[in-house]
Design a binder for this molecule. Structure first.
Ligand SMILES: *Cc1c(COP(=O)(O)O)cnc(C)c1O
Length: 383
């Protein structure tokens, strides 16, 4: 309930890309609405260009792309997968579904990414993989994490749901792991409602990935004329998005540069215009280390404590600004306790989860509304 008399500024609003409705109509008219059609090929081509990935497969979600990665690794019950506690549930759920044990590691106090200094001590003889999440599209310390994975012969997977188009050093996020996953959920920078992708950066994964995505069959090879019948080859599922979804995604990916330019403009204004207030009120702003090109996926602030975070969200709401918290730690969630284990405590994660607030951030947030958000923030005094 806003006291300003103005419409509430929502936390997120999906951008409608220039050709989105045209391509959807085209997809309907061309009569190919199941998966792997003409728009799937177009969207996949755009995605490969954007990520530099040799092999990309569109999927029905990032959650499903993560499940595919767990199937591709042939994880067995009791295998361990190291990951941050400060992430979305799908990062852990995909591996727990295979009977693997998520091993939760704390995050860095600056970027909120997995703390690379804590990974090595979490490794046991059951560890099979490390999953990193580039929070807010800011790259994890990939040179260190890649070296740890290599030294111990572990698979490295990037949950790159926030990081499409970002880079770490001179390499795109999504190119460091043997596999990386993308999300095109309605809340992400580039969206098609529900959708995702699996990037494959290692030779030899593509054939099996295609089979797993097509219900465990070699149907894709059959349609390319490479086999004369398609058969059940291994366990898989249906992770194939409709070509309608791919049509929407094609238009979104074509608008990528514009979407990113608008989002970065909002992010940077928040960052500049809130900095004095943040310093005076002991509020932490996002940290982007040198060499990281981020995605402006999230603009977050960290208040000094839970009480201030809650009253700050209430204050913004009364000013007509919808702000939200973020991840509840996985290590202490009911399923985290049941299926996972914690490597060595997650005090930073617990603190961040209590204190973090995300401000509205989307491509179509106009300058007047950005100013309203900023004014609403500036009128809050930390107690
Ligand atoms: C959004 C998100 C997911 C899940 O994406 P879906 O496409 O909705 O399945 C997974 N991991 C992270 C870090 C996310 O932000």
């Amino acid at each position: 309930m806003s006291t300003t008399g103005l419409a509430t500024i929502p936390f997120n609003k999906a951008h409608i890309a220039e050709n989105e409705l045209n391509y959807l109509a085209e997809a309907v008219h061309q009569g190919f609405t199941s998966g792997n059609g003409p728009f799937t090929k177009r969207a996949t081509g755009l995605l490969r260009k954007l990520t530099g990935s040799e092999q990309a497969l569109l999927t029905t979600s990032c959650t499903h792309a993560l499940e595919m990665s767990a199937l591709l690794l042939d994880l067995q019950a009791g295998d361990e997968v190291i990951m941050p506690s400060f992430t979305f549930v799908s990062t852990a759920n995909a591996f727990a579904l295979r009977g693997a044990i998520p091993v939760f590691v704390d995050c860095r106090p600056d970027t909120l990414n997995i703390d690379e200094r804590l990974i090595e001590s979490a490794i046991t003889d059951r560890t099979r993989a490390i999953v990193v999440v580039h929070y807010a599209g800011v790259g994890c310390a990939m040179e260190i994490i890649s070296a740890v994975a290599e030294r111990h012969g572990l698979a490295l997977i990037e949950d790159n749901a926030h990081g499409l188009g970002a880079s770490y050093g001179d390499r795109p996020l999504g190119s460091f792991g043997c596999m990386a996953t993308q999300s095109f959920h309605a809340t992400k920078n580039v969206q098609c409602g529900e959708g995702g992708a699996l990037l494959l950066n290692e030779a030899g994964l593509a054939t099996r990935a295609e089979i797993i995505r097509e219900k465990g069959t070699n149907r894709s090879r059959f349609f390319r004329g490479q086999v004369d019948k398609y058969r059940w080859i291994e366990v898989g599922s249906n992770y194939m998005p409709s070509d309608l979804v791919a049509a929407q995604l094609t238009a979104q990916l074509e608008s990528f540069d514009r979407i990113q330019m608008w989002r970065h403009a909002v992010w940077q204004r928040y960052h500049d215009e809130l900095s004095s207030w943040a310093k005076e009120n002991a509020v932490a702003q996002p940290v982007v280390p040198e060499g990281c090109l981020h995605t402006a996926h999230i603009y977050y602030l960290r208040l000094p404590d839970l009480e201030n975070r809650q009253s700050f969200i209430g204050h913004l709401s009364r000013q007509g600004v919808q702000a939200t918290s973020h991840y509840e730690p996985l290590h202490s969630a009911p399923a985290g306790l049941r299926y996972g284990r914690v490597a060595s405590g997650c005090p930073v994660t617990e603190q961040v989860a209590d204190r973090l607030v995300r401000l509205p951030l989307y491509a179509d947030l106009d300058e007047a509304d950005v100013a309203r958000v900023i004014d609403a923030v500036l009128s809050y005094e930390v107690v």
